[in-house]
Write a protein that binds this ligand. Structure first.
Ligand SMILES: [Zn+2]
Length: 160
């Protein structure tokens, strides 16, 4: 595995709508592993492909910050169900030191393709639901600072 360079706000790749993945192969799995390693090295809980310069619809999430034991690799993810709404503070690996309050659905269901090409579905709430919604925004070229309120400098919460 290898550490990748994280792109930061101002880089046009972060404003680009990503293309769906058409081929799931060894190269894609290596990208997912490198993204995970990069996320763990940066103490993040999620990372999307455009954050490492790839305009494709994949992201990696793991909200188990202690043991790194809850990793999900999401390929072509689509949120098919949303329930409720909750405002919480978030950050982003691509917006170092910035934090802000973002309203997100409290519970979601996301459908996606696994790293081995299987159709999957995941129900999430809490930090995992927030993180997945944050990463899916990246795939549409959106940054949390575009929608956050009360943006401040300084670490408050997990970064994605
Ligand atoms: Zn982010």
């Amino acid at each position: 595995m290898a550490l990748l360079t994280i792109r930061t706000a101002g880089d046009p790749v972060l404003k680009t709508v990503c293309a769906p993945v058409v081929k799931i192969d060894k190269r894609l799995r290596k990208l997912l592993d490198d993204m995970a390693e990069t996320m763990y090295a940066s103490d993040g809980v999620g990372i999307a492909a455009p954050q490492v310069g790839e305009s494709i619809r994949v992201c990696v999430v793991d909200v188990d910050v202690k043991n790194h034991n809850a990793r999900h690799d999401l390929i072509n993810p689509v949120i098919t169900y949303r329930e409720g709404s909750v405002v919480d503070n978030e950050g982003c690996l691509s917006c170092p030191d910035l934090f802000g309050d973002v309203e997100r659905a409290a519970k979601i269901r996301v459908e996606y393709i696994s790293r081995f090409g299987k159709k999957k579905s995941l129900e999430a709430e809490g930090l995992l639901a927030r993180c997945i919604q944050h990463e899916l925004d990246h795939l549409d070229g959106k940054l949390f600072i575009d929608i956050a309120k009360n943006i401040t400098k300084g670490r408050k919460n997990s970064e994605a």
